[in-house]
Design a protein around this ligand. Structure first.
Ligand code: ATP
Length: 590
């Protein structure tokens, strides 16, 4: 497939607003790709070179792109910078510069998509002294041979900002079209994605083996499974009622999630967002080799620092800070990590996902021999709300976050937030007990004391997974430090969209629209119905249309935006609707 054809599809996709049309067109593009092309084509369309766990980053900064563009076009670097400041989009700048460039006309040539991908991988892999210059030369060589439209998308790839409005679920539905001609195989494709976290690979299986290949796919070592997530409920009796009267209740450790893959002496670890973290956690790797009896296994747990002398758990922020301070080796010595294992997904050749929780837990117990580093999460099995409450209280006293209740007979639900796991954190009746992750869709200019930052607050949205769009849920104006405000105004000014991005639903107009690319975590007092916001928009019995909004939201956490969460990981509109009805029920009861 020629890169020109790919760019033409992107151009058309950018112009579409109906999601069904987008799915159909994307399906057409993926069908057209050859069996060897579909995998890299999916990655590049996602704005990456490889799945997260392969840690192959483009490694091309904005400045490098600007240098390459100047070299390829013969234009002044300062002019390029000025245009970038004005438009906030190096793609558009590249398009317009290459349009005007005389140099381009001399070296224009059609390029295969696979050659472009190959060159990007080569650029990404070059490191060491002189690599910056060689990256600029290689990039300028490619840039110079492209048409203006192709140059636009080439420049957008490494910045991860293709801006076509395509999330995972749209790509999944397009792959269903490739596999079966319509969207009926969406669930099968999604299951395949959830067990390997690699949409490119799923696309390749679709192209080579069809839907049967997708159905045959099983959990594989060294392809991380998309993590199961927990729903929320506010009280012990709610949890027991939902769980059918009896459940397991585990301590909820506030560390970082760790998915362990072991094949003999080979061990790899993956984080919650599926990046490989093996090199950062040598003490856990050593313990897995020494104490996991099974030859082949995939299991997961929560890693956190534990002070043996005082029996204190170190909360997540502190564990991370100490890790930064002491480096990898020093950390292992000064502050040993403990891994609290809580689930098992694969054991000696057997896919355990469909097994009930109790079976997975007992197999996990027998797979690990007694040692100081890896222990099983502590838990009770109960049918008494009183017992559940006192286990919760004792977890809080021990410095933990709360509990996660688990349905004894449920399978492991990869990649989904389901009621087979229910979390309960320290809470106040009737108030939201958990933080909410929202996506920035716009920002306001500062007034009064904030005028100097050009930042006065954010407009935020939740994720509507079914429609793959972001729905306004709240303005956010409190909780920011001065440093965070400066960071946000600098970052967001580069991601401004001239009009409302097409994958955003909002009637509220910010001063500047922003492409939905960044997640922030907020705490709010309550969820209220709102005539203004689009989150969970529905018709009431009396015919009025309302959505949901957050009341008194404030930013939490040290970093302004979450580098570990992508927009697709944000709290969904459906969850907000569920939280609203829970909140209402609790306040009626209480
Ligand atoms: P949070 O920030 O609250 O951890 P999250 O979206 O990462 O939110 P949740 O689904 O809310 O994840 O809660 C489950 C998380 O709790 C898991 O990702 C895991 O890291 C952590 N955890 C700690 N202890 C346990 C346990 N015993 N069982 C399952 N998960 C646990």
């Amino acid at each position: 497939m020629l890169f020109r054809e790919v760019a033409e599809y992107y151009e058309k996709l950018e112009g579409l607003s109906s999601r069904l049309d987008m799915i159909a067109l994307l399906g057409e593009m993926l069908k057209k790709a050859g069996k060897e092309e579909i995998k890299p084509l999916i990655y590049m369309t996602q704005g990456v070179l490889a799945p997260p766990f392969e840690s192959l980053e483009f490694g091309i900064a904005e400045k490098t792109l600007e240098d390459a563009l100047a070299m390829a076009s013969g234009h002044e670097r300062a002019e390029i910078e000025r245009m970038y400041r004005e438009t906030g989009d190096l793609g558009l700048v590249s398009e317009s510069i290459m349009q005007k460039s005389k140099l381009r006309r001399m070296s224009a040539k059609e390029q295969e998509f696979l050659d472009i991908y190959g060159s990007m991988v080569k650029i990404a892999s070059s490191s060491g002294s002189g690599s910056k210059d060689s990256k600029i030369r290689m990039l300028s060589g490619i840039m110079g041979s492209l048409s203006p439209v192709e140059a636009k998308y080439l420049a957008r790839y490494p910045l991860g900002q293709l801006r076509l409005g395509l999330g995972d679920s749209t790509i999944i539905e397009a792959l269903s079209i490739v596999a079966s001609g319509d969207r009926s195989e969406k669930a099968a494709v999604e299951r395949a994605y959830n067990i390997c976290s690699d949409l490119g690979y799923v696309g390749e299986i679709v192209a080579k083996e069809g839907i049967e290949g997708i159905r045959r796919m099983r959990v594989t070592l060294f392809k991380p499974i998309r993590p199961a997530l927990a729903e929320r409920l506010p009280t012990a009796s709610d949890i027991l009622e939902r769980m059918g009267g009896k459940c397991a209740v585990e301590q909820k450790y506030d560390g970082f999630r760790c998915q362990v893959h072991k094949d003999g002496r080979k061990v790899k670890l993956y984080s919650r967002n599926l990046e490989e973290t093996t090199a950062m956690l040598p003490d856990i790797v050593a313990a897995v080799v020494a104490h996991v009896k099974a030859d082949k296994a995939i299991f997961e747990g929560e890693a956190l620092a534990f002070n043996e002398t005082t029996s204190e758990f170190m909360p997540f922020q502190e564990t991370i800070q100490r890790k930064r301070k002491h480096g990898v080796g020093g950390m292992a010595e000064t502050l040993p990590l403990k891994l609290f294992a809580f689930d098992l997904m694969f054991l000696d050749g057997k896919d355990m996902l469909a097994e009930p929780y109790e079976k997975r837990r007992s197999s996990l117990e027998s797979a690990i021999s007694k040692n100081d580093t890896i222990t099983l999460s502590s838990r009770i099995i109960t049918s008494s709300p009183k017992e559940l409450d006192s286990f919760f209280e004792s977890s809080i006293e021990n410095g933990l976050e709360g509990i996660v209740a688990k349905d004894l007979s449920a399978p492991y639900v990869a990649g989904a937030r389901k009621f087979s796991w229910i979390k309960m954190k320290r809470s106040y009746r009737g108030k939201i007990e958990d933080t909410i992750d929202v996506v920035i869709i716009g920002y306001y200019l500062g007034k009064g004391s904030r005028a100097s930052f050009e930042f006065g607050g954010l407009l935020c949205a939740t994720y509507n997974k079914e429609d793959d769009v972001f729905e306004s849920v709240s303005r956010l104006g409190t909780g920011f430090t001065e440093k965070q405000m400066k960071q946000l105004s600098e970052l967001l000014s580069k991601h401004v969209s001239k009009s409302k991005p097409k994958n955003v639903r909002s009637q509220v107009e910010p001063d500047y629209w922003v492409y939905p690319e960044f997640v922030v975590t907020v705490q709010a007092d309550e969820i209220t119905k709102s005539p203004m916001h689009m989150c969970g928009r529905h018709k009431e019995k009396d015919g009025t249309e309302v959505g949901y909004a957050l009341r008194f939201p404030r930013l939490v956490g040290e970093d302004a935006v979450r580098s570990d969460k992508s927009p697709g990981d944000a709290t969904t509109s459906k969850e907000i609707a569920e939280m609203y009805s829970e909140q209402k029920r609790v306040s009626l009861k209480g």
